[in-house]
Design a protein around this ligand. Structure first.
Ligand SMILES: [Fe+2]
Ligand SMILES: [Fe+2]
Length: 156
């Protein structure tokens, strides 16, 4: 591999940064949910955090393979006082929507720059984020529809 394409490098590092931010937020949420007794919800948040970590790892490996190293940047931080589960889920919905937008933009860039290896990698991550988003939306919709009954039977 020759010198890394600067545009591809920037997009991979920006997505990496967002993934690291999501790891921190989802970890913070799963420990708080465990503490509050929402064990089933905590388990799904923990699984999401692990998915985001794997995405970050794949991106770091790709950047290394392309001949550079990931650039560390400021990322999203958890809110210390955030203990409301609906607010948590809505925050995560926004994080996933932004991730999907960032990935779609990155995929288009990779296509135009003819880096189809990076493009396919971003497409795999995109499918994972779309699943996260869909599962989060289902939870919020069910809480709105069924209230405590859903919380007690599915999230605790
Ligand atoms: Fe991710
Ligand atoms: Fe995600």
């Amino acid at each position: 591999m020759g010198k890394i394409n600067e545009k591809i490098y920037k997009v991979l590092c920006d997505i990496y940064t967002a993934e690291i931010g999501a790891v921190g937020i989802y970890m913070d949420q799963h420990t708080k949910c465990t503490d509050m007794g929402y064990q089933k919800l905590a388990d799904t948040l923990k699984a999401d955090a692990i998915d985001e970590m794997k995405h970050a790892e794949i991106l770091a490996e790709r950047v290394l393979m392309l001949g550079s190293t990931v650039k560390y940047q400021k990322h999203l931080l958890p809110e210390e006082k955030q203990c409301d589960i609906v607010a948590m889920l809505k925050l995560n919905i926004n994080i996933e929507i932004e991730a999907i937008e960032r990935l779609n933009t990155g995929i288009t860039l990779c296509f135009h720059e003819k880096d189809h290896g990076s493009r396919m990698l971003l497409e795999e991550i995109l499918k994972s984020e779309e699943k996260h988003l869909s599962d989060l939306q289902t939870k919020v919709n069910n809480i709105e529809k069924f209230g405590n009954q859903y919380i007690v039977s599915h999230l605790i």
